[in-house]
Design a protein. Structure first.
Length: 428
């Protein structure tokens, strides 16, 4: 079928479709189907936007019903029953049981929108400009978010100096050779250090794009306590690691910390619809009405599916318990795969994990071999040296094992331990 239009008309800025040239037409659960009838197992999940798989039937039915009844689709920040239901459900199922008292802001529908809002709010509240972020961080592509992102290629794309932020070492950046926060602690206490006191520190608990570095809970706790002592705000960017990806709804829950500001997006709608939240402690709610706005802050289809997704998956702990078993299966499967390549190792946490290879280009080859075998996996890290596995959190066990089997074959093929696949998997 024709694919010329993508090459001739669409900008060369596109990237995923360069590695995965298939034209995907339909999708259900962990599978995507191409227009010529092949089936792909999706261990990419829209980079974390599809934590409950594609087109969850109950959520899909709600979308259809809402549209068929002419429910309000676009509403700026006006009141709708869909928004009421989302806010009530979020409060009841997510905030109250976790003892979290956050104001909810709808900042515009993407991850980078919630990061921009968080940075702006931190600066306004503290009256300070400087933001600290971490080596290999990824927070988005708009200028504020880009200024706290690590990747040099992406930063260069800004075309202007990215100022008012500095990078500090993420957990284990010096392979454990230096005590954590030795520099930060010292410069914050030294009035001659020349380091301006920051408004906030922004952190991912697992660096989804930066190579699946996973911070230890003790490290997060220490960061939290250090910032509290110095009255610096802690922003957790849970855009990718949140909504259950690491095994709990918020990725910071096992650390027992309460960030001042939390960025949520990707899977919050439960259905892959664009939606984002910026959560912050009530005392930080110093915005003037309309001081930060945006046309697409009221995605009612997103509110409808988000509320139901929270009820379906988070109203008790049964989904989380089941997920813990799947996480164990994923990790033991990955460990087994690492036995084939000396020096490879498992990285990440929960269902935001992968395998790092000693030769950086191995990961790309593995992803390409996986694609040949109808499995979608992407790479992560400054040199794309990590194969990243992000299956849907509700993936049936047999599909999880199937994906791991294909991954193993792909690793063997990419490292010259197996020939070409004898034939592609038959279309379904
Ligand atoms: N923060 C994190 C941690 C992310 O992983 C991403 C996207 N990969 C973003 C922010 C930006 O989200 P978006 O692409 O929706 O702007």
């Amino acid at each position: 079928m024709a694919t010329d239009i993508f090459e001739t008309r669409e900008s060369q800025v596109r990237s995923y479709c360069m590695n995965w040239p298939a034209v995907f037409e339909r999708a259900e659960g962990p599978y995507q189907y191409t227009e010529d009838g092949s089936r792909y197992l999706d261990f990419f999940s829209g980079a974390g936007a599809l934590n409950y798989g594609h087109n969850h039937p109950e959520l899909r039915d709600l979308v259809v019903e809402y549209v068929a009844n002419s429910g309000v689709t676009h509403s700026m920040d006006m009141k709708t029953p869909a928004k009421r239901r989302f806010l009530e459900t979020f409060e009841r199922i997510i905030l109250e049981p976790r003892n979290l008292d956050y104001k909810v802001m709808f900042p515009g529908p993407t991850g980078t929108n919630t990061v921009e809002a968080a940075l702006k709010l931190a600066r306004k509240v503290t009256g300070r400009q400087h933001i600290l972020s971490f080596t290999n961080a990824f927070h988005g592509m708009t200028l504020g978010a880009l200024s706290v992102t690590g990747n040099s290629m992406k930063r260069k794309g800004a075309g202007i100096p990215l100022t008012n932020s500095s990078k500090i070492p993420y957990d284990d950046y010096f392979d454990g050779d230096l005590p954590d926060f030795i520099w930060l602690e010292k410069v914050l206490e030294d009035s001659g250090s020349g380091v301006d006191k920051p408004a906030a520190v922004i952190v991912e608990t697992v660096q989804g794009e930066g190579g699946l570095n996973a911070a230890r809970m003790e490290w997060l706790k220490e960061l939290h306590n250090l910032l509290r002592r110095h009255k610096i705000l802690l922003i957790v960017d849970d855009v990718q690691a949140g909504c259950g990806r690491t095994g709990t709804f918020f990725s910071f829950e096992p650390a027992g910390i309460t960030p001042d500001i939390v960025c949520v997006s990707k899977s919050i709608s439960g259905y892959g619809l664009a939606m984002a939240l910026t959560l912050f402690k009530p005392e930080l709610d110093v915005w003037e009405p309309g001081e930060h706005n945006g046309t697409f802050r009221g995605n009612n289809l997103g509110f409808v599916t988000a509320a139901r997704a929270l009820e379906l998956f988070w109203s008790d702990d049964s989904f989380q318990k089941e997920l813990a078993g799947k996480i164990e299966a994923l990790h033991s499967g990955m460990e087994k795969v690492t036995e084939h390549v000396k020096g490879s190792y498992v990285k990440g946490r929960g269902f935001l994990s992968g395998i790092a290879f000693p030769e950086p280009d191995t990961a790309g080859k593995v992803a390409a071999e996986a694609y040949k075998r109808n499995l979608l996996v992407e790479t992560s890290g400054p040199q794309d040296e990590v194969v990243k596995l992000m299956p849907p959190l509700n993936i049936p066990d047999q599909d999880l094992l199937k994906g791991l089997g294909i991954l193993e074959e792909a690793v063997l093929a990419a490292t010259g331990q197996l020939g070409e696949p004898s034939r592609l998997r038959p279309p379904h």
